[in-house]
Write a protein that binds this ligand. Structure first.
Ligand SMILES: Cc1cc2nc3c(=O)[nH]c(=O)nc-3n(C[C@H](O)[C@H](O)[C@H](O)COP(=O)(O)O)c2cc1C
Length: 190
């Protein structure tokens, strides 16, 4: 099969692994949009890639946890990656930052290969804009090509319908723009 005939793989990561997480809900809703557009969603649950809080002494003694290399391989198998982050005190949750930090101890190829998209879900009206801004900064600093359109789902309690799709409105429009821009860029790269 030629590369262009292969299905486009989109990795989907939630920065919260919590049962009932609204960011997991957003990731799922965005995965349905990608599916509607013909791409193959690839679920990447950070629960499957547990790693300790980064500590240089721990790394010197134990090396890089195998979960870090496994996660990098999984991300590199994707053409695009969508990350939805919770906002904790105006910033990224430790889980997401720690995961990013650990992977940079191995290589940066997983940031430079896939095209990245960013989103955030929040129970409040501001949709995690500070966390998205910060995630965009970090990913860009690591060499990632990040789609500028961000998917903020504020007032997340009202953002999804019974089937888990985003309801009509701003967040859904943003998600569709982000997804179509990402797929266009992936096709141009192939
Ligand atoms: C430590 C902590 C700090 C938080 N800070 C913010 C914040 O700065 N902005 C915000 O919109 N929500 C904040 N929240 C609320 C989260 O948006 C809310 O708990 C959300 O449900 C977390 O995402 P999840 O449902 O995907 O786990 C905070 C929650 C916690 C636990």
């Amino acid at each position: 099969m030629s590369k262009s005939a292969k299905p486009v793989r989109i990795g989907l990561i939630s920065g919260s692994t919590r049962e009932g997480s609204i960011n997991k809900q957003l990731v799922r809703a965005v995965s349905l949009i990608f599916k509607d557009m013909g791409a193959k969603p690839v679920k990447i649950s950070l629960k499957d890639y547990q790693m300790p809080i980064y500590d240089g002494d721990w790394e010197a003694k134990n090396g890089v946890p195998p979960t870090v290399k496994k996660l990098i391989r999984r991300i590199k198998s994707c053409d695009g990656v969508f990350i939805s982050t919770p906002e904790y005190n105006g910033s990224l949750p430790a889980l997401l930052k720690n995961t990013i930090d650990w992977t940079t101890r191995v290589e940066l190829g997983h940031f430079k290969g896939p095209i990245y998209g960013i989103g955030a879900a929040s129970p409040g009206p501001m949709a995690g804009i500070m966390a998205m801004r910060e995630l965009q900064f970090i990913l860009t600093r690591l060499g990632a090509n990040v789609i500028p359109t961000q998917v903020g789902a504020g007032n997340a309690g009202q953002a999804f319908d019974k089937k888990g799709r985003l309801v009509e409105g701003f967040s859904k429009n943003q998600a569709q723009h982000m997804a179509s821009q990402m797929l266009t860029q992936i096709k141009q790269k192939r």
